[in-house]
Design a protein around this ligand. Structure first.
Ligand code: AMP
Ligand code: MG
Length: 339
């Protein structure tokens, strides 16, 4: 199959909508990362997403809607707390897990009685959903396990020959996947941190949000994840990544004694001149928004440069930085060394 890469002009949006209505796949830009979209009401179309990504069958997908009218196609009852969050953060990078609706394909929910839904703010994503007229199931448009794509070129690198069309909307502004909150249980639970922070969610709802164990800790063998995606080694470049937790001075000393062929520093912007080995940066130390925006392209750049061993500076763990730390932990398969 030939993969076309098109600017998101009106005729390309129409073409994308036609492919989606006919049960095909299209990669689209969103404000978080690029998504690999299919009609969320069509089980066969959704199965094609799992095949193209090599995604485990038990990892459910997020359905994307363009208006509140579409919500009922994905979910069942909508509790008042979900209404409040929708008013505060939609359209935007927040996904809510709610009781599932009857119309959404079984494959989207991977056998769960809940469905995840989000209304993206990216104008191209919105235009494609509206033109297709159905909710779109859309996980990140990368091969399962590799870093999420934040440019059309990243998508092409993973999906060339597997899908007919990629819409090129430039670089994604946020750069990490949406925040996922479950409102399906007795208490709201943050399943995946993102650009919308736990504190913002608590303010909007006026109640506490619990943090799922899987966000910052590795699940033990046999333990089940509230959010299945969190149990996989994920976002990983080919190199072995280790996070070094501690001051910059301690990091520098560690790098001096570990510098060798194929060893790279994944450091904060501006730190390169003080380091003895090749560096890839991912934003300034005190700017978590920059880190989120840059992390996945930095991981892909390490692969492109042939890095074998990577020592990463450790991000903070609150606010937006929690999302960065959560992704980096999985890229490092939870290897963290205190220096
Ligand atoms: P992705 O589409 O790759 O951004 O991943 C979506 C993630 O959202 C999954 O890996 C799950 O962790 C989470 N998710 C989606 N649907 C559900 C659901 N029904 N219940 C719990 N978590 C979900
Ligand atoms: Mg993904």
């Amino acid at each position: 199959m030939k993969t076309e890469l098109l600017a998101p002009r009106p005729d390309a949006i129409e073409k994308a909508a036609g492919i989606l209505r006919a049960g095909g796949l299209v990669a689209i830009p969103t404000e978080t990362v690029y998504g690999l979209a299919a009609n969320a009401l069509d089980g066969a179309a959704v199965r094609a997403i799992f095949a193209a990504k090599g995604r485990p069958q038990d990892n459910p997908l997020i359905s994307h809607i363009a208006s509140m009218d579409m919500l009922g196609m994905v979910t069942g009852s909508v509790p008042p707390q979900a209404q409040r969050l929708a008013e505060a953060f939609w359209p935007g990078p927040l996904t809510m897990v709610l009781p599932r609706g009857a119309a959404v394909a079984r494959e989207v929910c991977a056998g769960l009685e809940t469905a995840a839904v989000r209304m993206p703010s990216h104008p191209v994503a919105q235009a494609v959903i509206r033109a297709a007229g159905v909710p779109l199931a859309a996980p990140s448009a990368n091969l399962s396990g590799s870093p999420s794509p934040t440019t059309a070129a990243d998508v092409l690198a993973d999906m060339e020959g597997k899908i007919p069309l990629i819409l090129d909307g430039g670089a994604c502004s946020v750069g990490v996947e949406s925040t996922v909150i479950s409102l399906a249980g007795a208490q709201p639970v943050l399943l995946r941190p993102g650009y919308i922070t736990k504190e913002q969610l608590e303010d909007a709802m006026g109640c506490a949000v619990a943090l799922s164990d899987a966000v910052l800790h590795k699940l033990k063998d046999g333990e089940s994840a509230a959010s299945p995606g969190m149990k996989y080694k994920h976002y990983a470049p080919k190199a072995d990544v280790t996070i070094l937790k501690g001051s910059f001075d301690a990091y520098k000393e560690y790098m001096k004694s570990h510098c060798a062929d194929g060893v790279y520093a994944l450091c904060f912007t501006g730190e390169e001149p003080a380091l003895p080995c090749p560096c890839v940066t991912y934003g300034r130390a005190d700017k978590p928004d920059e880190q989120a925006h840059a992390l996945f392209s930095a991981l892909r750049e390490l692969d492109a440069r042939g890095a074998k061993t990577v020592f990463a500076r450790c991000p903070a763990q609150e606010g937006v930085a929690m999302a960065v730390y959560n992704r980096l932990l999985r890229a490092a398969a939870f290897r963290v060394v205190e220096v």
